[in-house]
Design a protein around this ligand. Sequence first.
Ligand SMILES: Cc1cc2nc3c(=O)[nH]c(=O)nc-3n(C[C@H](O)[C@H](O)[C@H](O)COP(=O)(O)OP(=O)(O)OC[C@H]3O[C@@H](n4cnc5c(N)ncnc54)[C@H](O)[C@@H]3O)c2cc1C
Length: 319
Amino acid sequence: MSVIKKVLIQQHVSLADKNWFKTGGKAELYAAPQDADEFSQSIVYARQNNKPITLLGEGANMLISDTGISGLVIHPAFKNITYKTKDDHVHVTADAGVSIHELIDSCLEHGALGLEEFSGIPGTVGGSVFINIHYFEFLLSNFITEATVINAVTGEFLMVNRDWFHFGYNYSTLHLASYYLVNATFKLKLAETPLEVAYAQGRRKEIIRHRVSRYPNSGTCGSFFRNFHPEEVTLESMGKKLIYVAYYLDKIGVKGALSCGDAVVSYQHANMLVNKGNAKTADIITVARTMQQKVFDAYGIVPQPECRLLGFSEYPLMR
Ligand SMILES: Cc1cc2nc3c(=O)[nH]c(=O)nc-3n(C[C@H](O)[C@H](O)[C@H](O)COP(=O)(O)OP(=O)(O)OC[C@H]3O[C@@H](n4cnc5c(N)ncnc54)[C@H](O)[C@@H]3O)c2cc1C
């Protein structure tokens, strides 16, 4: 006998406690599927009821409109991690709902090395594959071999390999919203000695210590604006295009100096906006627009967000 589980769809669920900025309105409908089948049922439910779908991980890279999100917000809440060892590697498959933090801890317990370079980055596997998280020269896509994705219309599953994602800086095929991530498999090095694991654990602690001392780690989405593409800028330093948006933001002197209500530009990092307590999304947008205007006035270019803007009827920033 097969057991058919029904996914729970809730109405008017607050999203302000489900994202890192701690702002934004409610989801018209909300589901937190506990396994891949419930994920599929949620999609089918939305399509049958003509509701748009928005995926939500930890909300560590999004700014949600004060009016909330219409349609169904799906928060994958399944968190299995499995391990297969082959020769000197481990193939680790993690569900979309696993946090990067949990994944790294579990990998190190199993002697699987490599992902510790992403220590201290908040978010789920789903959101992290979506944006292809990066830290210095490390890209998450360097470790991915295959994945299961789900069709955003039919709810059917598809096995894909790394090439399917067309990974780039801040980019994967998931941006097209035709498929969502169900799980991803990472090929990691198998530790040969306990010393190698201890070294990786030390590196993890050091990266976190470094990040905590340098960047705000609450009430923010991390970097708000993406770096420029080389063709967008003319300024050069030592023969190389100056693509780092933080350089321009530092020059215009917004760090710790610009605010609207409780929304401020961090005093630690010019590209990080922080909700000090009671900011609204509208306050964050006001600060972000002012930053764009100032960079435009000084350099003739307009920074664009890395942070995903969700639930806005019109694009709220400068293009
Ligand atoms: C303090 C701080 C520091 C940060 N530092 C870094 C850093 O060093 N490097 C870096 O790269 N990023 C950094 N970020 C950004 C953030 O950690 C990453 O973008 C992270 O991957 C977001 O994951 P999430 O689960 O919270 O995704 P969310 O913010 O919930 O979603 C992000 C996007 O992914 C989509 N999405 C979510 N789940 C799925 C899924 N299963 N299938 C398809 N689409 C999905 C959402 O619809 C949305 O468009 C930082 C953020 C913070 C708050």
